[in-house]
Design a protein around this ligand. Sequence first.
Ligand code: S3P
Length: 441
Amino acid sequence: MRFLAVKGSSRVKGNILLPGDKSISSRSIIISAISRGKTTIRNFSFGKDPLNTINVFRRLGVKIISDRPSKTVIVFGSGLSGLKKPKGDIFTGDSGTTLRLTLGVLAGQDFSSTLTAGKSLSRRPMLRVTAPLRKMGADIKSRLGPCGSKMEEYAPITIKGGCLAPITYRLPVASAQVKSAILLAGLYANGKTRIIEPLKTRDHTERMLRLFKAGIKTGRHSIVIENKGELRSPGRILIPGDISSASFLIVLTAILPGSSILIKNISLNPERSGIIGVLKRMGADIRISSRGMAGFEPIGNISVRSSQLKGAVINKKEIPSLIDELPVLMVAASFAKGKSVFKGVDELRAKETDRITSMTRNLKKMGVDIEVVNSAGSEKILIRGGAPLTGAKVSSFGDHRTAMSMIVAALAAEGATFIDDISCINKSFPDFLSLLKALIR
Ligand code: S3P
């Protein structure tokens, strides 16, 4: 177990480029693998999750060459139906995106395979993805929840696909992973598959499928996909910098007096960058420049200077656009003067760990006035911020985003903080600590 001691720091300063976006990196492997042609992917994320996606598709017979120093991956696409039945089970690690999206692809394959998962992913709910895929005709067996508990399904999951029927499906939870799995399965269905979203979620799959010339049409809250023949590789994909990784550095800069940073070529996808709007409402000094496009993904540079933050209300409909940034936003709220309210945060309980528990326990230990309120069947978090935080012994709960959020809190706190088990950071941002060290003055 890697244990980390963090002392309050004076300030951060510098210009940085961040690794490629984790969600887009995984999608680039999956969609290239089932397309025709060779795809060269640049600025690929070498976090554990996208590496798991590579392993899974290699096991399905796809030739993939990766070169870490140049952050480049080359995928030789097998076409929609060219995947091979694997020998034995396929391990998806703890990558929810890999497991759920791959199920969508396997729903269209005429063979049976079993996907297994690591300790944390094996505890995460899968019924949300198995239910619509079964409706389309996939034959799926999974591990059921303990007797007497709410009906739920978990990995390992055995799936036998084949010819699928199109469906119209209203997502019961706002989830880009579930939406993406159905979209990928929709490529194998006999007609038009329509998905209706309760709240708009990240649309990286839709954008990338369009780049690969899929038959996809998007409306405000609905997406229609149909099989228009093979997907065609655009040849090259550039992965934008990861806004979720950037968020730890953005919040740290905002709350550490005298700090300023410039982060270049970051994804500014509107369904991913909700944190920018919230931090601006809190009084953060954030400027966006050099807006452009990387394929179909909007990108730009973000510069941040420290300023005194004030509390803000985060509404339920904003949650999908900042779902992964909630832990670090809770840290920002702890340093902001006044009350912050995070509404409709229930989905945080279904992440790598229960992030409501991990963050409230840790922040309380550092002296933050934080409480969780259940109102009208939905959970909200209240933080009365602005008092200094003090160092404490906290836990990552084995979750990368809890670990990095607590390192940010510790750097802006008084005294020393001890964080257990920080190896989980490798899941999304292996260079986090070295980049941070280079920025600390
Ligand atoms: C992701 C979608 C979100 C997010 C996760 C990555 C994706 O999960 O929290 O880190 O790549 O589509 P849900 O779909 O479960 O909301």
